[in-house]
Each structure stands twice: as C-alpha cells, then as structure tokens.
Design a binder for this molecule. Sequence first.
Ligand SMILES: C[S@@+](CC[C@H](N)C(=O)[O-])C[C@H]1O[C@@H](n2cnc3c(N)ncnc32)[C@H](O)[C@@H]1O
Length: 262
Amino acid sequence: MDMCNHDLKEDIREYWSKRSATFDLAFGHRIPQGPELDAWSAAVRNAIGPEPRRVLELACGTGEVTNVLLSLGHEVTALDFSEDMLGVARTKHAGNARVRFVLADAERTMEPDQAYDAVICRHLVWTLTEPEQALADWFRVLKPGGRLLVFDGDWTKPTRLGRLAVLAVGLIERFVGHDTYYDGAMSEKHASIMTRLPFSDGLTTERLEPLVQEAGFIEIAFPSHRPIAAAQRKNADLRNRLRTLFYRRFVLVASRPADDAS
Ligand SMILES: C[S@@+](CC[C@H](N)C(=O)[O-])C[C@H]1O[C@@H](n2cnc3c(N)ncnc32)[C@H](O)[C@@H]1O
C-alpha cells in the first residue's frame, strides 16, 4: 500500500469513527423492527437462502445489518476497521454468542481461506481504496458455491427524480432547519475523501459488475432494491421519504463457482 493510500484509509477511518456515536440517528442507517427489518431480511434470505450459515459481514459499522443476520439465525463474523464503530456494535449485541466482532481491514480480512458461506456488506464498496484487492480477498474466504451480497449505491449524484427530491428537501429545510445527522454525510471531510476514491465519480452496477467477474465470481445478479426503499418510506416523515429517492441504490448477488476448490 503506498503512503497516499495509507493516508486516505486513515482519513476514511477517522471520518467513520467520528460519526459512530450519531450514525444510527441519520436516516437510512438504523433498521427498525417491522417493515424495514422484514425487507432487509427478505433480501438476505433471497440471496443466501433460509438455512443458518457462516457469514462474514464486512464493515459492520454500528451493527445494524449484523442484527438482520442474527435475526435470521446466521453465525456472524462482523468486521470493521473503526474501533469506535465496533464499540457501538459490540454494545448493541453484547451477550450474543452467535457473533464475533473483529477489528480488521475489509480489503485484507486475514480470515482463513474458504471459511464462509456468505460475504455481505452494506455501503462499503463505494468507499474501497483497492476494490480489485478487496474482491479477490472476498472470493478467497468464500467456500466454493458461497455467495457475495453487496448493498450499495451511487452517492455522488442524485438521479433525475432525486434532483427534484433534493430541491423539495431544500424547501422543507428552509422552514424546519437542517438535519445535522443526515448532512454529516455531506461534510467537507466527506467531499475531500470522495475525490480521492477509485469510485470518486460514482459506484454503479456497470462499473462493479466487470470487477466482480474478473475476481472469478459467476451468476452475478442485481435483485431489485425497491422493496427496501418502499419499506423505508412506510414509517418515514415526508423529508425522509423524499430522501429514499435521492440516489440510485442497488443489490448485487454473485457466487464463487461450486466446483472451484483453488
Ligand atoms: C457507511 S458505513 C456502513 C456501516 C454498515 N455497513 C451499515 O450499513 O450500517 C461504512 C463503514 O465502513 C467501514 N469501513 C470503511 N472502509 C473500511 C475498510 N477498508 N475496512 C473495514 N471497515 C471499513 C467504516 O468504518 C464504517 O463503519
């Protein structure tokens, strides 16, 4: 890793550590019981099946996706490189024997070869500094036939409908003021990190698919993200309902070939 990349990673880690205490307060991060937990659970179940599995969760943050995985009965190794984020997750899941938290770099997990039935991450890939290296590592730790499940989006530019939603939220905020937790995602620090990332001009399925393929994955599919967005809108106020329209989000599922024992 060159020094420049090292500095970038440190900046990313510091940024998330600073956000750890209030991360769950920003809309879209917490996954409450009810329609949202049901929608996230269905997406995971559809991707990796209903049986309890050995799952590696990358960049677990405050442990919200961890909760989805645990509620489905999986045995979870949840890693993050921010000790502060892990601290929140550890507290949330204290006493649960089915989860092991690990302080580690998601791009070089140091987990054993072929150890997991599934590798899952939400909102990590857009902020990777070495996506090819990361995908090779995730392929390595999966058992033959294991599944990769990625939830992510293009956070650099709103969609056409999203631009209208951004305007509408701007209008609402003239009256009710800014939501500082949400705007944290758009701070100067975030913008400075964004410009230095490999996906600085946006993470799209078109950019990700060939990389996933080159890493050796097959059966790459993009199940709809809509049920999750619809569930998020169910109990949200108008401003947050509009926020579900800002960006193009996606789900990617892929497999390590079942006959690949390399
Ligand atoms: C947007 S948050 C998402 C957290 C969680 N996955 C969720 O969806 O609630 C990004 C997380 O990725 C972690 N992260 C970013 N790059 C990482 C890396 N290279 N290795 C491990 N964790 C990383 C950050 O510390 C942070 O917790």
